[in-house]
Design a protein around this ligand. Sequence first.
Ligand code: PMP
Length: 404
Amino acid sequence: MLDIQKIRADFPILSQKVNGKPLVYFDNGATSQKPQVVIDAIAKYYQEINANIHRGVHTLSQLATDAYEVSRAKAQNHINAKFLHEVLFTSGTTFGINLVANGFASILKPGDEVLVSALEHHSNIVPWQMLCEKTGATLKVIPMNEKGELIISEYDKLLSPKTKIVTVNHISNALGTINPIKYMIDKAHEVGAAILIDGAQAVPHLKPDVQALDCDFYVFSGHKMCGPTGTGILYGKEAWLNKFPPYQGGGEMIKEVTFEKTTYADLPHKFEAGTPNIAGGIVLGTAIDYMNEIGFENIQKQELELLDYATKRLLEIDGLKIYGTSNLKTSVISFNIEGIHPYDIGTIIDKLGIAVRTGHHCAQPIMNFFNIPGTIRASFSFYNTKEEIDRMVDAVKKAQIMLS
Ligand code: PMP
């Protein structure tokens, strides 16, 4: 059992007041809050070892390089990647997806197909559209049903030898649906396609095992799992990463440069041009340690309890509809109240100290599917409580009365 009050004391922001009211932070899907160990580690890096990495022979540069590489190894262990050089530091999920899409630009031909799911965040749609425009490949969409689940029988039908890459999120940010990625990975491989898993919304809740999954790429952001913004990991199978050209040219990614010809560094440095977010990369390791100390079994237990409780309590409200009703979902509730714009509810409950996300959640196709402008999204983390859910439900009821 988690001692939630003890855990909450790790997060200084949670004891703040917002608009004169104690903060209830239910926008964890957008970004998680940071524990004091993470905040302290950022200061410690700048106070004690700040230097550029992989460059100087001087002591600080070596300390910073070692810390950065230790963090890479923590990420490798965390996701169970086979090789350290398959783990690339990025600025986040968006960067990782763009890097992979760029890699396929030199591989795809007109007539090839890219499969994306109907449940994707814009950052897992737009780079593939850009890729298709560039290469003449065709984008195909795996459809969803009313519960916000992918229609897997349609996925099976869409797959063919023309499919070169499939891309799907592990967990939907807008609805919380957990997708059957192991099945999807195996099926993609049966037709010889590669598959990328967008793990942005999964890593705050679970520990992915990329070898057991056998996915070709797995991407995520650090800031959604207690780490700093501007950090992320792209896991890619060695064979794919070796096949791809570099994404950006610059310092650190080369073996030798002359004006006639440049040769590139080996993995992972081939994809890490320029000075990276050194502090962020190091502290991502601190965040990974923190999450593992809390324990993902404990995290899931607490979050599922919150999800059940909040679902029950919200459904007390007349005219409230929840979008995303799969049995397999994480601690995200997307909802609307009949006749009221989600933005209006969000604005009123913010005045009562409650932070939720309102809008299309960077997933406009999902909103179009349901024919709505957006939803109110409450996304819970292990540090949230049932009392906070009660406060949100009371606030939503108040807003409903004011707006009716
Ligand atoms: N994919 C999903 C499923 C997401 O939820 C997000 C962030 N909301 C992203 C991609 C993009 O992540 P980032 O903005 O950290 O690059």
